[in-house]
Design a protein around this ligand. Structure first.
Ligand code: ASP
Length: 347
């Protein structure tokens, strides 16, 4: 599934958002769930657009939009993140400024409400690009960032998703995290089930994602990209996916484009998906859509990796491409209407 805006449209600003790609078909979503996801995508795209309309930078828009997604338990980022096999939420995020190719990233953080803002702090207020685990937490303590108890990130459906996955793998179920409500007391939620939907034991867990990402172009002509995730359900041994890896899960350069990815991180790392798309644009002169399709529909698919990307270019061109049945997504640009999609056959 691919999309491109008309090449001659040159909006002053533009923004594309995604909320994860995976096995997402009409039969998997109740009408109220579909509405909740569409509303969330629209709300976040419009909030990012507001920042750009007010003359804010692409970086500001990316951070603001991702913070909203990190607060929304529908998505696998911040509150609502998936659990590790040990029953923890270990969060990864990255952000990149295309105007100067500066970048910041964090992995395995457990007490920062908005990992995307910590990634930005790494970029702007540390001499480094990528901080992990305890060191990232220590750095967070030196910054003006909201900290939360690890139980803040807990959602019942993600816990149930973990239990199902651990049972499937024959691994022990860890105790519920401190601060989590007792089983059975969690409010029903609208989130898409981890296994892809009601009565669908056939759906492969690994084919349903939920990472979030945003790319933006501002009135200055600068592009930026960001990504935030809890990673993959029942991840082990300090596993880190592509989302916080600059060039894999996100990349931005005014010389080419800004890209944010979602999918099986191990494949996205091996293909350096985000940078590869920008390199095809920069060095081969490919259109944004053609470059995204080359990497997702051909290279990723050939390796049997699953997922998708959103992308934006300094000329206002926008693209998305995914090889799964769905990707939660929206785009909006100056003078162009908001477009929200979930399924392959959405516009
Ligand atoms: N790419 C993420 C990871 O591998 C997962 C996702 O996009 O859902 O950590």
């Amino acid at each position: 599934m691919a999309m491109s805006t008309a090449a001659d449209a040159r909006p002053k600003w533009a923004l594309v958002v995604h909320g994860g790609a995976g096995v997402i078909e009409r039969k998997h979503l109740k009408p109220e769930q579909e509405t909740a996801y569409r509303d969330a995508m629209a709300r976040v795209a419009e909030a990012g657009a507001e920042v750009l309309k007010r003359g804010g930078s692409a970086l500001d828009a990316v951070e603001a939009a991702i913070r909203l997604l990190e607060d929304d338990p529908l998505f696998n980022a911040g509150r609502g993140a998936v659990f590790t096999a040990e029953g923890r939420n270990e969060l990864d995020a990255s952000i990149m400024d295309g105007s100067n190719v500066k970048a910041g990233a964090v992995a395995g953080v457990t007490t920062v409400r908005h990992p995307i803002s910590l990634a930005r702090a790494v970029m702007e207020r540390s001499p480094h690009v990528f901080l992990v685990g305890d060191g990232a937490e220590t750095f967070a303590g030196t910054q003006d960032l909201e900290r939360v108890e690890p139980g803040y990130f807990f959602t019942e459906r993600r816990w149930q998703g973990l239990e199902r996955e651990l049972k499937r793998q024959g691994l022990p179920i860890p105790p519920r995290p401190a601060g989590a409500p007792p089983p059975g007391q969690a409010a029903a939620d609208l989130a898409h089930d981890e296994d892809g939907g009601r009565n669908s034991g056939l759906i492969d867990l690994n084919k349903k994602f939920g990472t979030v990402g945003v790319v933006a172009l501002d009135a200055n002509g600068d592009v930026a990209a960001g990504a935030s995730t809890g990673g993959t359900t029942a991840k082990r041994w300090g596993r880190v996916g592509d989302s916080p890896i600059i060039g894999a899960g996100a990349y931005a350069s005014n010389r080419s484009c800004a890209v944010s990815a979602t999918g099986t991180g191990e494949f996205f790392i091996r293909l350096t998906v985000a940078r590869e798309i920008c390199a095809l644009v920069e060095h081969k002169g490919m259109s944004l859509q053609a470059a995204a399709d080359q990497v997702i529909q051909k290279d990723l698919t050939a390796l049997q990796g699953d997922g998708g990307v959103i992308a934006i270019a300094p000329d206002g061109d926008m693209a998305w491409s995914f090889n799964t049945s769905g990707m939660y997504r929206a785009r909006i640009a100056d003078g162009q209407p908001l477009v929200v999609g979930i399924y392959k056959d959405d516009p």
